[in-house]
Design a protein around this ligand. Structure first.
Ligand code: NAD
Length: 260
């Protein structure tokens, strides 16, 4: 897709945002690659470096050596060391400031929407957030930095309250999604009139139900992604391009229309 095409598509998306009363942004790993966090399935995807089996809840609980390896990785900064939001996250935050965002439903665990300025109560994290750690026994939640500080003297930190197993508060394979978050995200998907998908393959379920619910309820669908998604044929606007670049252009048009 050439620059002129992207510009025209960006203008169409801007008009849809201006006309929308309830816009839901659905984001996946692709919105954060321009911040330096690899996606799962791309060329430099996370699974080219780490074994997905180690991120099943069963193996994490059963094998202390797997937990040690993961805490070591986190002590070294993990995959989100020093990352900052990019133009796409800031564009979504600007939509909020302009009163044009109902909420963000994200599959990401990197906290970048909040860092860009979207308030916590507008971000529905379907797969958790790596800024936190949870005890698998008493469910108490701790800030990640508190637990990482303990790694200087402990290889395998345990819950201070009950000695339970601590786990980063991201949803591992084999775990349930947080039901209250999923249910509120689904409710809002059914009510929105515009759903903008940014950087997702739309193949991971139940997360991918969110844009499907929006579409079935009559919302217009916009998809900004590098690569095919199964919902492409349903989209009012489908842009093959980089999230940061496209959303930057979209917001230029939104500002232009508002200032007219
Ligand atoms: P995915 O890895 O399956 O797909 C990401 C999509 O984004 C791909 O189609 C890719 O081509 C596209 N993409 C990559 N860079 C892009 C860019 N700059 N602009 C536009 N598109 C781009 O990710 P997914 O569909 O979100 O689902 C997989 C799982 O990945 C989710 O469960 C999520 O929890 C997890 N995940 C999260 C992070 C994160 O928090 N940043 C990182 C990796 C994986």
């Amino acid at each position: 897709m050439g620059g002129d095409d992207i510009e025209r598509q960006a203008e169409k998306i801007a008009q849809l945002i201006i006309n929308s009363q309830r816009c839901l942004v659905f984001s996946g790993a692709g919105i954060s690659t321009e911040s330096g966090i690899p996606d799962f399935r791309g060329e430099d995807g996370i699974w080219t470096k780490l074994d997905p089996e180690d991120f099943t809840i069963q193996r994490f609980v059963a094998r202390p050596e797997v937990r040690k390896m993961q805490w070591k990785l986190l002590a070294e900064g993990g995959l989100t060391k020093n990352v900052q939001p990019n133009a796409a996250h800031y564009a979504v935050a600007e939509m909020h400031k302009l009163g044009k965002l109902d909420c963000v439903v994200t599959q990401n665990i990197d906290n970048l929407h909040q860092m860009a300025g979207v308030p916590d109560d507008k971000v529905f994290e379907l797969h958790g957030n790596m800024q936190y750690v949870r005890c698998l026994s008493c469910r108490k939640r701790f800030p990640m930095e508190e637990i990482v500080a303990r790694l200087a003297s402990e290889e395998l930190p345990e819950c201070e309250s009950c000695n339970g197993i601590l786990k980063p508060d991201a949803v591992y394979f084999g775990e349930m999604l947080p039901q209250a978050v999923l249910s509120e995200a689904s409710r809002r998907a059914n009510l929105c009139d515009l759903c903008i998908v940014i950087g997702s393959t739309l193949v991971v379920y139940p997360a991918a139900y969110i844009p499907e619910y929006a579409c079935n309820a009559g919302a217009k669908i916009v998809i900004i992604n590098i690569g095919y998604t199964p919902m492409d044929s349903k989209a009012a606007v489908r842009v093959e391009g980089k999230a940061g670049e496209v959303m930057g252009r979209v917001m230029n048009h939104v500002r232009g229309i508002i200032d007219k």
